[in-house]
Structures are given as C-alpha cells and as structure tokens.
Design a protein around this ligand. Structure first.
Ligand SMILES: Cc1ncc(COP(=O)(O)O)c(C=O)c1O
Length: 298
C-alpha cells in the first residue's frame, strides 16, 4: 500500500497531490536515477550504501545532485517518519529536471526533480516465496551491455528489464533471468543471481549487472562464515545443473529459484546454503545496526 505522504521538490504533500511536470525529462526520456530501500523495524537498511550508489548514478548521467547526501538522508528519514512506516519500502527518485523538449536543450532545464515515496509492505507474501521458492525463465532479451549504458547506474530507464519480465511472465515464470550480450548469465530483471554447486557459491561478475547492495552483503557474509564464494562467469548450463540458485535484492532479500526453464533445481526446494545466507542477512537487517533509525515515537 502506497503511504500517504510524498516528498516532492521541497514539500511534503498528500499522495493525491504529488505531481511533477509533464515536461520533466524523467517522464519524457527516463532521464534520472532512483534507489529502492527497505525499512526494517524502524531502520532504513543500508541507507549509506544506497545513497552512495544514487550519487554515482546521477554523476554518471552527467548532472549534479541538488543537495548534499546528508540532506537527502534526512529527507528520506523524514518521509518515512511522516508516514509512520516501520516496515516497508522507500524510493528516492532524482531526475534531470523539467524544461524545453529535446535532448539538446538539457542545459535549459530547471533544478533536478526530487521525489521520495514510501510503501507499506507486509512480510507474509514475501515469506511464502522464500519458503516455497519461485519459477524462473531465461529470456531472449539480453541485458544492455555496459558499453551502451553502464548497468551499475540505477537509472529510471527500466525498459530492458520490463521486456525481460514480460517475456518470463508470458512463459508462465515468476522471474526473468537475463544473459549478457555474450550469452553469459547476467542478472534477474530486478535482482542479482547466485548459484551454489558442491558447496561453492558463485555470482556473475560485475559487467552487465547492477552492483547490488544485497549481492555485496551476501558475498561478505559468505566470507565471514567460511562459505567459499567467488564472482565469475556462469552459463545457462551452470544454472540448470546447480544444487541451489537464488536471486537477491533489497525486497527480494534471498529468494530461491526452484525451477528454471522447466528444469527442477536441487529437488525443487530451497537449499540449505540459500536458507543459511538468508538467515544471516535477516539477522543483520533485524539487528538495527546496519541502517539509520527513522526515530519513530514508541
Ligand atoms: C536490475 C537489478 N539488479 C539487481 C538489483 C538488486 O540490487 P539491490 O540489492 O541493491 O536492491 C536490483 C534492485 O532493484 C535491480 O533492479
């Protein structure tokens, strides 16, 4: 459920009144960047890492953040606070701003547009997927190569991912796995991927994937818990012959894939290392030590 209060360009407004210009280049060209963060027990998990990535994305797009990281952090916390949201999702979006049509007129745009919105999320629906696992399809839509648009930038242009999702949905699968231009496994349409084979954990290297915050945490958790983990190159064969495969992301957390292209993975049930890693991640999330407190009154 979308939360009632939205931050738009300097004001906190009711969601019905939350509007940006039709001349905004975010609307016209998808010219902006965003982040998705999880709020867990009154804390915004990994806020600093997401703010760093947002700043890098905006810099990559070639415009300047309209405020400091500390100011944006406070606005994110304040939006969550005003919505009294102790568990859910918060999305800051920054676009290049609005003004005359035409890419060549970018220098005439006003200040970047800043929007922050929140959503209440119930854990039950997500828990059912963690417990049961989901189905996946390797789709024909390839992940955009970094040479065309670096996938480490989290931009407002998600057409590549949307096309992948639509193809998986049409095939009856719940998530889409995208290959890179060379045919190696890249990532799922809105999450990163891991496989486990003979006790070894592997995730695709950076190159044609988002540098996921959750992916990085899981690699660190593997190293801290003596689980051998590497970044490398994976094929569709490696996916379908793995003992365990899971996708990971801010809201997905660690979501087991139990069939891929109709092939059963690891007996069709979430595997032990997948569950162990999710448990370790959940402990981190619930500890409150890895995020910023919103400061909700008890
Ligand atoms: C394409 C894509 N890959 C991976 C991820 C996972 O990244 P994170 O763990 O930072 O949420 C996302 C999350 O939105 C995504 O959109």
């Amino acid at each position: 459920m979308i939360a009632d209060i939205v931050y738009v360009n300097g004001s906190f407004v009711k969601k019905e009144d939350a509007k940006v210009s039709v001349f905004d280049h975010g609307f016209i060209y998808g010219d902006g960047a965003f982040e998705g963060l999880q709020i867990v027990n009154g804390h915004v998990f990994q806020l600093a890492a997401h703010l760093d990535r947002l700043e890098d994305s905006v810099h990559y797009l070639g415009f300047s953040m309209p405020m400091t990281q500390a100011e944006l952090q406070e606005l994110i916390l304040e939006t969550a606070r005003r919505n009294k949201i102790d568990n859910g999702y918060v999305r800051p979006i920054i676009t290049r701003g609005s003004g005359p049509l035409g890419i060549r007129n970018m220098s005439e745009l006003g200040k970047p547009t800043v929007v922050i919105m929140c959503q209440f999320e119930k854990i039950e629906a997500r828990r059912a997927k963690w417990d049961k696992g989901i189905t996946a399809q390797v789709v024909s839509v390839r992940r955009i190569p970094a040479a065309s648009m670096d996938t480490r930038a989290k931009t407002c242009n998600y057409i590549n991912n949307i096309l992948a999702y639509l193809e998986a949905q049409a095939a009856g699968a719940e998530t889409a796995i995208m290959l890179d231009a060379e045919g190696n496994v890249a990532e799922a349409y809105s999450s990163n991927l891991f496989v486990v084979k003979d006790g070894k954990v592997v995730t695709p290297s950076l190159g044609s994937i988002l540098n996921g915050v959750t992916r990085r945490l899981l690699l660190d958790l593997c190293h801290q818990n003596n689980l051998p983990a590497t970044e490398g190159r994976l094929s569709t064969y490696d996916l379908v012959t793995a003992d365990e495969v899971f996708e990971c992301g801010t809201m997905a957390e660690v979501r087991p894939l139990v069939t891929i292209n109709g092939r059963t993975i690891g007996g069709g049930k979430p595997g032990p290392i997948t569950k162990q890693l999710h448990g370790l991640l959940r402990d981190m999330m619930e500890s409150g030590k890895h995020g910023e407190p919103i400061g909700l009154a008890a």
